[in-house]
Design a protein around this ligand. Sequence first.
Ligand code: TRP
Ligand code: ZN
Length: 464
Amino acid sequence: MTNRLFLTTAATVLAVSGLLGAAAPATPVGTKGAAGAGDPLLPLSGDGGLHVRHYALTLAYQPATQHLEATAVLSATATQDLSGFDLDLAGLDVRHVTVDGEAVPFSRDGQKLQISLADTVADGADFTVAVDYGGTPHPVIDTDGTSDGWTALPGDQGAFVAGEPQGAMTWFPCNGHPSDKSTYDVTVTVPQGYTAVSNGVLRTQHTAAGHSTFHWHETAPMAAYLATASVGRFDVRQYWSGRLPVYTAVDPAEKNDADGVLARLPAVIAWESSLFGPYPFDAAGAIVMHDKAIGYALETQTRPLYDEAPDMDTLVHETAHQWFGDSVTITQWKDIWLNEGFATYAEWMWDAAHGGTGLHARLAQLYARPATDQLWAYPPGDPGQLSRLFGVPSYARGAMALQELREAVGDQAFFGILKQWTAAHRHGHGTTAQFEALSAGVSGKNLDALFATWLYSAGKPTKM
Ligand code: TRP
Ligand code: ZN
């Protein structure tokens, strides 16, 4: 948590690098999918003209040379009549693209892989896209120094793959906006001695001729930014927690610090399930790296990624994201407080339940911060700029909004709201407007003023 908060406090300017920002819109060929899924904070991400139902990614990675060879097979459905569409892919060489088995013309423009169709695909029709590609993946570097995407570790240590908000495109061609969710098969071949860890359940693992292949399957819909395929010489532990398979992969250098905290993962899942409703996925675990290459943890679905041994707060935070962010996913980046505010609130509840600061006292302590504090830099319900996504207000003021809600509606309604939220939007999407409506509905109270103050008003609210 210290890392994350330090970094986010320091995150003042987060302009996307020129390479990615400069891409011009594609020249339309007939009816093309919309350029971008329509998100003002990341206008180029995604394509509104298709839904990817499933990604089958087959990767081979060489840690020593940092070379990736890959094939991506996307099972997609047109959401409009299509004569072409764009996928997100930054860098890497594309060798060959087929649609329903036929080679198709393609071009590259910034982060867009533009694909033309010989025959129009009708709205609602299913089609299959296969992309052969490879090269050396590089993360998206933002001007404040934070980065996301496929991040090679120095020497031959492996790679750390964290894609929020736009790094999925650094390692596979994707509809790279969270408004589209898909199931995944990720198969990774690495030199013997390395382990490749992705999301969901490990279906098969075999070693032959000096290479090991790991086939992972994620059966619940997942946003592209939550996919990972991290590679390292991990210390692996697999066990059952009730009916839940747990798979943890830990860099041996972090083992001493990580083991005690990770041993509490089943207890954290059980505790959060009692507050938020049933755990949404069929697998759990952790990936713990040693190199602090990115300076934050990420809630990669089923198997959060930590850039060093997590502390309890961070474990609680990333585990809470499995409900808030991963199962219930935002449709626009401006709703990020639905992820970060809730995960932070989970940390506060954990502390309060383990002898730490009480929730009301925490609210009061934060409220006491001066009007010039970062906490009041922008309203969490409307960050306005990409650079603010992971700023303090998304986390702490978002969590304050939840404590205000709890104090306004009472514990019974509050936990009813949380459980109904995770149930109604399970494996889908949710918006702030929907959360407000649910809160009003469950509590029977008019909460307009509360949300206007805590989510949308600029500066420090005049009263707590
Ligand atoms: N979502 C992550 C968490 O809070 C943090 C995160 C993802 C982040 N991408 C980032 C923080 C970029 C700063 C910059 O668990
Ligand atoms: Zn978070």
